[in-house]
Design a binder for this molecule. Sequence first.
Ligand code: ATP
Ligand code: MG
Length: 494
Amino acid sequence: MTKDTILKIEPFEIKEVGVVKEFKRGIARIEGLPSCIYGQLIEFEDLGRKGLVVDFNEKEVMAFILGDERDIKLGSTVTGRNEVFSVPVGENFLGRVINAVGEPIDDKNPNIKNNGQGLVFRKAPGILDRIPISEQLHTGTKILDAVIPIGRGQRELVIGDRQTGKTTLAIDAIINQKDKNVLCVYCWIGGAHSSLLKIIHTLEEAGALDYTVVVAAPASSSAGEQYLAPYVAAAMAEYFMYSGRDALVVFDDLTKHAWIYRELSLLLERSPGREAYPGDIFYLHSQLMERAGRLNAEMGSGSMTFLPITETLQGDITGYIQSNLVSMTDGQIYISGSLFHEGFKPAIDLGLSVSRIGSKVQSEALREVSDTLRLDYAQYKELMRLMRVKTKLSTEIAEKLRRGEALSRILIQDAHHPVPEIAMIIQLYAFKRKILEILSPEGLNVFCRDIMEYLEETRPQVLQNLANQKTLSAEIKQELDHAFVEFFRKKKVL
Ligand code: ATP
Ligand code: MG
């Protein structure tokens, strides 16, 4: 397989005609089409609708209807060509909102010129085509980049209750890819159309839509489209990966994808398994997750990072997650409802979150300043728990508490304000030097907000050296120490 196979799909020219015999909530039963194949695209003639073959036997073919299903009638003719389903892909899809069959649904130019076709159900790259993940995907969220680093090519699950900031975290990761040579695909499945519009607006405001493709299958779209959307999103990103670039795909969210697949499967009379999800939901999601990865030089060195989102009920991480996505990914970011309500946002639970790729993708400087953060934070949380029963504080404990408080203040971050890596390194270096816990809460906010500006004014060379070397040399450390003291005096934050 070569990297440009994505651009060449040879259809075998067989055109067949069938007739709709029955139609039930998004699924059509069709007679005819004797040589159809699984995953084939069919067309409802005269109506301009498309369908996807998902089941067949000697007598009939079952197909999901894509798009508006209201005008499908008994006896409508259906044509099919024996080719597997593919969607147009390419550069011009960046900045656009498309539906699950690759057609634009925004108000820009309705004809998008494609660079080729992408197979929707493409097989994942083989093991020999891949290399280990070694480069970090900076999300701009301090907790993630410092403590739970994500590599380019990794699959990291975002899991949490409703309304706890899952989407925000993923959108911020997209916003942070500006000028970083990572092209993004945001896939919206089963959510409200109005929420999607807000997200698109946020991306546009942040200048992130220019390098993002939005694949939208909101709740108002047909069940078939909602089922297809994540595969189409993967196909879009694969075009970038196979042309040697790095891509990031957000699936928001796969819980709704599993629901819609359950609904369709029950209508297809497939036997239900646990909680009425069909057994092959595991196969479906694991096959999708496998498509992420980093390709070797022969394949063009591209990569595809996945951030699938899934929902929990009342924080129960051990509850039944439709397809056990935790085991199909390289780690999970657990978002806690209680932390969110306490005001610790982004509400990432450091105890339960993990990235199996780990700190090896981080720069030396970031690794150095973040190596004890998880432990510091865990100790602080434990002390807080103990404090509920103990009232008298020893000076040592009071100091630890102050330090923990400073750390949680540093880690709190507003939505849509990603922090660049260098700023992160500087804030965490100051924490490591134990000088932030002596500041008042306001002082700490001023430090996080203004220190970069101060350094840019007074020591641009130090910042430049840090950006080039990505290590904290003794010289840089000394300069930073001086700068911190000057900054504290100037801003009177002590
Ligand atoms: P849903 O379950 O509905 O998909 P969600 O988990 O995706 O919700 P979001 O929509 O991202 O959650 O966020 C819920 C609310 O929390 C939004 O109003 C958002 O602005 C706010 N929020 C999220 N992250 C932060 C943050 N870091 N700081 C402040 N507010 C935040
Ligand atoms: Mg959401």
